[in-house]
Design a protein around this ligand. Structure first.
Ligand code: ADP
Length: 274
């Protein structure tokens, strides 16, 4: 399912004294099965955009195309329930949304709400706990007896249980230790490949964006200002700084290595010429 934003603007509390414009003429396209990262400084509009991906927010002006559905200001969009099923959003700290008595019931809740049979929902839950790296015996436990990292995995399994085609990750590693962060990012990358998903990662981490995404969309003051492959984006460090972004450590490391190689090569050439 392709996602396309055409001249999308969004204002919170429109028409009130508290009106706050958060997006200005945003245009981009996310082709199916690609891994995209949306990066930008705090307040640049990332969360506002994210909520347009499954029509939680409707643009104030412009058009959001979600597969064959069009979401547009002033028009009633048809069958958004089906779209919401196809786009799974893992919000920040998704474990805060766990509420059932057992992990099993929590993972089954979403699909059963969308008409999936109990047998099928349970089968999905059993497969998914393994996939997110938890032992099967957690299914009967209360989610509130698990560690923070385990709770996050349960919440992720709950989103995956809907079998979305598109998965949107809003700072999925926030609050985890470095090992937990890497495990979660690797898990999503494997899922992206094995399930042929479209993945949209909203992140502060330039390292994760550079490592996993095919393409990056840079947001600045409510506008999409740059887009390209990690290599294209991170080669121009001065432009990044202009958008208050730091180049990722891995790029800095590569540049350092290249510089070292260049310098030693220069030395070799010089020596040879001498
Ligand atoms: P980011 O996710 O990049 O930090 P946001 O999309 O949260 O950016 O915010 C974009 C702009 O919209 C910011 O200026 C922010 O203060 C404002 N904003 C976000 N949410 C609301 C809201 N519920 N009401 C009013 N303004 C908001």
């Amino acid at each position: 399912m392709d996602i396309k934003l055409q001249q999308v603007s969004y204002a919170y509390s429109q028409g009130t004294p508290f009106e706050k414009r958060a997006l200005f003429d945003v245009n981009f396209e996310i082709p199916s099965h690609t891994y995209q990262a949306i990066i930008g400084h705090t307040g640049s509009g990332k969360s506002t955009i994210l909520q347009h991906f499954n029509a939680l927010l409707k643009p104030t002006t412009g058009i959001v195309q979600l597969g064959d559905r069009t979401v547009e200001a002033g028009k009633k969009a048809k069958d958004l329930k089906a779209v919401r099923q196809r786009v799974g959003i893992v919000f920040q700290f998704p474990e805060h949304q766990l509420f059932e008595e057992t992990v099993l019931k929590d993972i089954m809740f979403g699909p059963m709400n969308f008409g999936v049979s109990a047998t099928e929902a349970e089968a999905r839950a059993r497969e998914l706990v393994r996939l997110v790296g938890l032992p099967e015996n957690v299914l009967e436990k209360s989610p509130f007896d698990l560690s923070g990292g385990q709770m996050r995995r349960v919440a992720i399994a709950g989103v995956l249980a809907m079998e979305p085609e598109v998965i949107v990750l809003d700072e999925p590693t926030a609050g985890l230790d470095p090992r937990g962060q890497k495990e979660i990012m690797e898990m999503f990358y494997t899922l992206h490949q094995e399930r042929n998903l479209t993945t949209i990662l909203v992140t502060h981490s330039m390292e994760d964006a550079a490592r996993y995404a095919d393409n990056l969309i840079i947001m600045h003051e409510g506008k999409n200002v740059l887009s390209g492959t990690p290599r294209e984006i991170f080669k121009d460090i001065e432009t990044l700084k202009q958008f208050r972004l730091e180049p990722p450590r891995i790029v800095r490391f590569q540049q350092k290595v290249e510089k070292m190689i260049n310098t030693s090569l220069a030395k070799v050439c010089l020596t040879e010429e001498e």
